[in-house]
Design a protein. Structure first.
Ligand SMILES: N=c1c2ncn([C@@H]3O[C@H](COP(=O)(O)OP(=O)(O)OP(=O)(O)O)[C@@H](O)[C@H]3O)c2ncn1[C@@H]1O[C@H](COP(=O)(O)O)[C@@H](O)[C@H]1O
Length: 107
């Protein structure tokens, strides 16, 4: 994980139980997991729209929104981002096509 994402995650964790009137992150936690997940979905759709519109500048902003909301959801579910990094490390070198073919064999 980059230093930036590690710092962001630490900030997000520090907002659990904070005053929702002074912290957007705290207000998200207060609204609950379904709302956080919904926000993540909305940001994903906005990223898709930016990409389809070939708007690179907009996509950078939407990608940042997406990462922020993903980290809020991970924090809400008490998943350490290191677990996600470990999963990516585990997949390193395994072709996505090979992995897909091995899943189909088991169907
Ligand atoms: N990275 C972010 C970040 N990215 C996006 N956002 C907020 O996410 C919201 C998404 O925008 P939308 O228009 O979709 O949502 P909205 O209509 O404003 O809000 P909703 O009522 O729909 O939830 C905006 O309010 C953004 O400001 C973020 N809010 C906070 N952070 C980080 O979290 C830190 C702590 O923030 P607070 O919790 O507000 O102190 C900040 O210092 C930043 O580092």
């Amino acid at each position: 994980m980059t230093d930036t994402l590690a710092r962001l995650h630490a900030t997000i964790l520090s907002r659990r139980g904070a005053d929702a009137s002074t912290s957007y992150t705290a207000s998200l936690f207060a609204r609950g997991r379904a709302r956080i997940a919904q926000k993540l979905g909305e940001e994903a759709v906005e990223a898709v729209i930016a990409a389809i519109g070939d708007d690179r500048e907009k996509l950078v902003g939407e990608a940042a929104d997406l990462l922020f909301h993903l980290h809020v959801l991970l924090a809400d579910m008490e998943i350490d981002p290191a677990q996600v990094m470990a999963e990516l490390d585990r997949r390193e070198g395994i072709s996505g096509l090979e992995e897909k073919a091995s899943r189909k064999k088991g169907d």
